[in-house]
Design a protein. Structure first.
Ligand SMILES: C[S@@+](CC[C@H](N)C(=O)[O-])C[C@H]1O[C@@H](n2cnc3c(N)ncnc32)[C@H](O)[C@@H]1O
Length: 840
């Protein structure tokens, strides 16, 4: 043991009592502080412990590992003793920041003690003979590279050193140490740091030893002996395999191929069989719309090689399963429906509710009388029989006593709720159609008669509409104008998505006007079939093109396509024949009808089909049969009509006599009318007369000089076409774009008061007595909310094999707008003239 009590170069500092101990057995030479140092910074040990401690904390740490690290430490201590004789410190006080920013560098030519601190960033460029890092590493390097310069040996063995170079180095080192007393403190700190790093190494090796042990144990316990170190440890494999236990483990651990096998990501396996195999998905939701388009364009369209289901399978599917009988089999739209494809529409400013523009607000008349009330039971939940529903009024707290949860007649409230949900909930989206511009598609299913979307936009006056047509929209190809209440127009150029709904001659939706909170509102409702996801939404524009040049070809592609975007045909031939005969009872009319039936619907000069179908089309056997049936029915009806008119005439004459003998007051006349009408209705029950009945109005009654025969008004009646029996008859409200029949009712509306819900109820009650027909399901027809004078229902009878329709006024109206939206020249002021005035 060498003991140095004091250093010649020691200062008055506390670093004077250093003991360098050498353990001969292990060759460890450690330093310890025998006495407490004044400047010893506070440690975790208390002062006493610190004082009595034979070894420094670092030394204690070193002792944990009694193997290789100790050797380095001894060397290090040796060097330290050499370089800074009599100086040792157990504490490393360099701040962590500095330690990180720089490393100790030694110029091996100048030897230790001349350490400088080089910023790490300059290390690359540092001179070759400058070593970086701890002395320990330097020593390792020296040992590992024979022939290189060795560091000086301890002083006790200095005499034995024969290498003059080494001697010189030692001497120089001693000289430098003497010269640079001021750097002693720093050197001691370095020493301490070195000790610390050695301790760190020892701990790291201990930990790695422990891990290796755990891995070994695990490996042994695992059935799969191929488990390698990479799976047991999060540390990279390359760093974790220095020690191996067995040859077999070695084999696996050292095989890079095996490791790769485990590290590779799993690849997706696609099904080779199944319902959707072979189907192309055009849309990749991960890509944008344009990227998808490009992809689609570039895709090589391969033929679908998947065979269809065998025929017997389809047959069973369609015919044997009772639920599928007579139903088309449809695959679901898409089991995985991607995010909505947002179509950007140029120039579309979206409005969610109606907005009055200019004078429209001031001119808008709110009809105070117009209200409705329902008295439904909670069990009914305002279903089909709800009075408000029949009248196309939305229930609310003022007109319905049910709670919103119980009431089933609040479609616009439902719409409001839906709009707060997500896009799927809202349920519609704009799409590009092949040949009709934009269209609207359902993104969900809709129940029959369920509300889909509101048709809202700017409410403008006729004057403003004209102005816009002439000035603003004069170059446009599409107009989004729809006539509305109070002779106003909804311009949906700025409006809801409903403006994109296209026309179809066999539509799946209806545009219906409702009264919500006393205000009229238009909305698109699902038709009686309901809507499937993915279906394009359409409604019948029943469009009056106004002039020939505005006639557009219809591309709806349905079987019953009328060929052009035009008005609906007025009535089917059979129906027309019967009703007209009954009304007129003249041969001439029958002849007309016969002619018209021969020519089909082309007999009407305004019929759009006239331009498409030639009259010379040969009559097929089917048509001949239909014609014969019609003829027979006509003859029967003619006979009945003669009888019918005879009876009515005699009854009217009797009633006339009674009324002229009475007071002649308005009330009595009204009573007479009611009696008369009731009797007519009763009568028609048996004779299946189709007729139109007007609710008595004061103005109308005034005009009655003598009890006008019901017949006298009938010739002008145009029984509505109700191709779908038992379904609601579509009736258009008054509009400036009305066709002639509707315009007549328009003019009446202007001069006559509105029908009140009370009168409707009484009329409804009377008819209820007459007929048990479920009026909620019957077809309904009215001219408009403001002018709902013509309130009719359609009833189907079978008399002597002929199916006939009876119209009465028992059912309340469900107002359906006549004109389609957005059709060019959909509105024109001249259209407010009667059709007859326009020569139609
Ligand atoms: C209210 S817009 C409907 C949306 C329109 N497709 C668009 O792109 O904005 C009415 C116009 O769509 C076109 N359209 C609608 N239904 C059609 C049909 N069945 N056949 C041909 N064109 C139709 C006509 O050009 C019509 O003027």
């Amino acid at each position: 043991m060498a003991r140095r009590d004091s250093s010649p170069t020691s200062t008055s500092s506390s670093l004077s009592n250093i003991t360098v101990q050498t353990d001969k057995k292990t060759g460890v030479r450690a330093m310890s502080s025998a006495s407490p140092s004044i400047s010893t910074p506070p440690t975790s040990l208390d002062d006493r412990a610190s004082v009595l401690s034979e070894t420094t904390k670092f030394e204690q740490a070193i002792e944990v590992d009694d193997e290789a690290p100790a050797l380095h430490t001894s060397d290090e201590a040796h060097v330290a003793a050499q370089t800074t004789p009599g100086t040792a410190n157990s504490e490393g006080r360099r701040s962590a920041r500095n330690a990180r920013k720089s490393v100790t560098t030694y110029n091996v030519q100048i030897l230790s003690g001349t350490a400088i601190h080089t910023p790490t960033k300059y290390l690359e460029k540092h001179h070759m003979n400058v070593l970086h890092g701890s002395l320990e590493s330097m020593l390792k390097k020296e040992k590992g590279t024979p022939g290189k310069k060795k560091l000086p040996k301890p002083t006790s063995e200095a005499a034995e050193v024969s290498d003059p170079v080494e001697e010189q180095l030692v001497a120089e080192a001693a000289q430098a140490a003497r010269r640079r007393t001021s750097s002693r403190v720093t050197d001691l700190r370095k020493e301490a740091l070195r000790n610390l790093s050695s301790a760190g190494d020892a701990v790291a090796s201990a930990i790695s030893g422990g891990k290796t042990f755990v891995q070994r144990t695990l490996r042994r316990s695992m059935p799969d002996s191929r488990m390698n170190a990479s799976q047991l440890s999060p540390v990279p494999v390359s760093l974790k395999r220095p020690r191996t236990a067995t040859g077999a483990e070695d084999k696996y651990q050292n095989s890079p191929l095996q490791e790769k096998e485990y590290l590779q990501p799993k690849s997706k396996v696609w099904l080779k069989q199944g319902l959707y195999v072979g189907q192309h998905r055009d849309f990749d939701p991960r890509l944008s719309e344009s990227q998808n388009r490009v992809k689609k364009r570039n895709r090589n369209s391969k033929e679908n090689t998947t065979l269809p289901l065998p025929i017997f399978a389809c047959d069973r599917l369609l015919n044997e399963d009772p639920r599928h009988v007579f139903r088309d089999f449809k695959l679901p739209f898409d089991t995985y429906y991607p995010l909505p494809r947002k179509v950007k529409v140029d120039g579309w400013v979206k409005l969610n509710k109606n907005r009055f523009i200019g004078d429209a607000s001031a001119l808008w008349k709110r009809d105070k009388q117009d209200s409705s009330q329902c008295y439904c039971d909670p069990e009914d939940g305002c279903g089909e029989a709800c009075h408000n529903r029949i009248m196309a009024y939305e229930c609310d707290s003022t007109n319905c006593r049910l709670t919103p949860e119980r009431c089933g007649n609040r479609p616009f409230a439902e719409l409001r709720r839906r709009a707060k949900g997500n896009r799927y909930d809202y349920g519609v989206e704009v799409v590009h159609t092949e040949d009709r511009g934009y269209g609207v598609r359902a993104m969900r299913t809709f129940e029959p008669n369920q509300i889909i979307v509101e048709y809202a936009g700017e409410i403008i006056t006729q004057y403003e509409c004209e102005r816009r047509m002439k000035q603003v929209y004069k170059k446009d190809k599409c107009y989004y104008l729809m006539s509305f209440d109070n002779k106003m127009i909804i311009d949906a150029t700025r409006g809801t998505i409903a403006r994109f709904v296209n026309h179809s001659c066999e539509p799946n939706c209806e545009m219906i006007k409702w009264t919500v909170g006393g205000e009229p509102r238009m909305a698109l409702f699902a038709g009686p079939r309901g809507i499937m996801t993915g279906e394009e939404l359409t409604y019948d524009y029943n469009f009056d093109p106004f002039s020939q040049k505005n006639i557009q070809e219809c591309r709806c592609g349905t079987e019953s396509c009328r060929g052009v975007l035009g008005p609906k045909p007025k009535k089917p031939i059979e129906e027309k024949s019967v009703s007209s005969i009954l009304v007129t009872g003249t041969k001439r009319k029958v002849q007309d009808l016969y002619d018209s039936s021969r020519a089909g619907s082309e007999s009407t000069p305004n019929s759009p089909k006239k331009r498409r179908v030639s009259l010379g089309t040969p009559i097929t056997a089917k048509a001949k049969k239909a014609h014969a049936e019609t003829q027979a029915a006509r003859e029967r009806a003619e006979r009945e009509a003669t009888e019918h008119s005879r009876q009515i005439t005699s009854r009217e004459n009797r009633a006339m006599k009674r009324s002229t003998s009475g007071t002649g007051s308005r009330r009595s006349r009204a009573a007479f009318m009611r009696t008369n009408m009731s009797s007519s209705v009763k009568f028609t029950r048996h004779t299946t007369v189709s007729f139109k009945r007007k609710v008595p109005k004061s103005s109308a009654l005034k005009a009655v000089k003598k009890p006008t025969s019901v017949h006298s008004t009938r010739p002008r009646t145009t029984p509505a076409h109700n191709s779908q029996k038992g379904r609601r008859t579509l009736k258009r409200p008054s509009t400036p774009i009305e066709s002639s029949g509707a315009e007549e009712s328009d003019s009446e509306e202007d001069t006559s008061p509105n029908i009140t819900p009370a009168s409707l109820r009484s009329a409804s009650a009377k008819l209820n007595q007459l007929s048990p027909v479920n009026q909620g399901r019957m077809g309904r027809k009215t001219s408009s909310r403001a002018g709902s004078e013509q309130v009719r229902a359609v009833r189907t009878f079978t008399i002597r094999g002929a199916k006939l329709q009876q119209r009465n006024f028992s059912s309340a109206p469900r107002t359906i707008h006549k004109t389609g939206a957005g059709v060019k020249k959909i509105y024109h002021p001249a259209q407010s003239r009667s059709r007859s005035a326009r020569g139609r």
